[in-house]
Design a protein around this ligand. Structure first.
Ligand SMILES: *Cc1c(COP(=O)(O)O)cnc(C)c1O
Length: 372
């Protein structure tokens, strides 16, 4: 029996949402408008009523958060080398210096002891990342940030729907950034959202989002700050609104599928599994580390041969040329390097069937023995 190709992820957009997108396309108003406001309201509700503004990417939210936190030249920002490179790129984009510290080998998230040890008088902010949707320890994180008077920009691109101490990620803390890229747990095709802390003016956030323009009731306008072009369209916001209705169900289904991986993956394969957290984590990705000596390229090819897509998220970013040019070297962050070199992302998305998990597990066993 042959099966259709199983990708590592796939968005789930219902017919009602597709019809609503068509309505927007016919309405005569397709850029930012009422759908954007409605999507911001829905996100704010999810985030305990905190102010939320949506953007055309998660990267844009991180950059604007840094600007709102007044991070710039002469400042340093501490983050993890094991993330999508956007997290570090935005630090360079605003003229600040990224300081990287290694990850905890178990959670694969930034090591908070290393973070605290790396703080200097130049440190202005930290950008923790909830890799694969597993939250960084918020209690410890905010204890450190409070003690050293640092701003926190939570890169929660992967952790919408996850929680900490029973509260949704986004409902507490300082700045919180989400991404709605096609592969994220909730998508608008491309997009992002920024949850704002109480001391930040949402109006300024809106001006940084769109050319710095301030409009007055009499029809006049002024530009008093340099803003970008980061607004989300109503087309995209409509997709997001349709997705919000399913967020809880998506997360629940991802947790079920993750549990099944733990049940079905043969321990004899020697894979290093993620933390088995079914309370906080939203299971954005199910990532296993391959046994020492496994040729990852061959494994990915062997899985593809069997009709299964496997992803690589992410090589440690300090080894990219741009970051080597900043002075980072092989050997700087051994845990991130080892994880980045051996990690593979197995298929996991809400519309997957239980039998798909079984198929992945069988194919993985066959592929590992085939290439051994
Ligand atoms: C996806 C992602 C981003 C960037 O989001 P975009 O919407 O693609 O700009 C940033 N950080 C992390 C950890 C991500 O996974």
């Amino acid at each position: 029996m042959t099966f259709p190709f199983l990708p590592f992820t796939r968005p789930a957009i219902d017919e009602e949402t597709i019809a609503e997108v068509a309505n927007v396309l016919r309405s005569g108003w397709i850029t930012s408008g009422p759908k954007v406001l409605a999507f911001e309201t829905a996100l704010s509700e999810h985030c305990g009523g905190r102010p939320v503004r949506v953007f055309n990417s998660g990267t844009a939210t991180l950059e604007v958060a840094l600007r709102l936190a007044k991070v710039g030249a002469g400042d340093t920002v501490i983050t993890t080398p094991l993330t999508w490179v956007a997290t570090a790129n935005v630090i360079l984009e605003v003229g600040a210096t990224p300081i990287l510290v290694d990850v905890d080998p178990v959670t694969r998230n930034i090591d908070l002891d290393a973070l605290e040890a790396a703080i200097t008088p130049q440190t202005k902010a930290v950008i923790p990342v909830d890799l694969a949707g597993l939250p960084v320890d918020r209690d410890r994180l905010y204890a450190i940030a409070g003690k050293h008077n640092l701003r926190v920009i939570e890169d929660a691109a992967q952790s919408l729907g996850a929680s900490w101490n029973g509260r949704p990620i986004g409902s507490t803390g300082d700045f919180v950034s989400f991404s709605f890229h096609a592969n994220k747990n909730l998508t608008t095709s491309e997009g992002g959202a920024l949850v704002l802390p109480a001391d930040i003016d949402p109006g300024l956030c809106e001006r940084l989002r769109l050319q710095g323009v301030r409009r007055f009731p009499d029809g006049g306008m002024d530009v008093d700050v340099l803003g970008g072009k980061f607004n989300l369209t109503d087309i995209a916001a409509t997709i997001g609104l349709g997705q919000m209705k399913h967020l809880a169900a998506f997360t629940a289904r991802r947790r079920e599928l993750a549990r099944r991986y733990f049940d079905r993956l043969d321990p004899a394969l020697g894979l290093e599994l993620p933390v088995a957290d079914f309370t906080n984590c939203n299971w954005h990705m199910f990532q296993v580390l391959l046994p020492v000596g496994t040729h990852r390229g061959k494994l990915v090819a062997a899985m593809k041969e069997q009709g299964i897509g496997v992803g690589v998220h992410y090589p440690a970013l300090h080894l990219f040329s741009l970051y080597r040019a900043q002075g980072f070297r092989q050997g700087d962050f051994p845990h991130a390097e080892r994880i980045g070199a051996t990690t593979v992302t197995l298929p996991l998305f809400p519309s997957m069937k239980d039998s798909d998990v079984d198929r992945v597990c069988a194919a993985l066993a066959a592929s590992l023995s085939e290439i051994a």
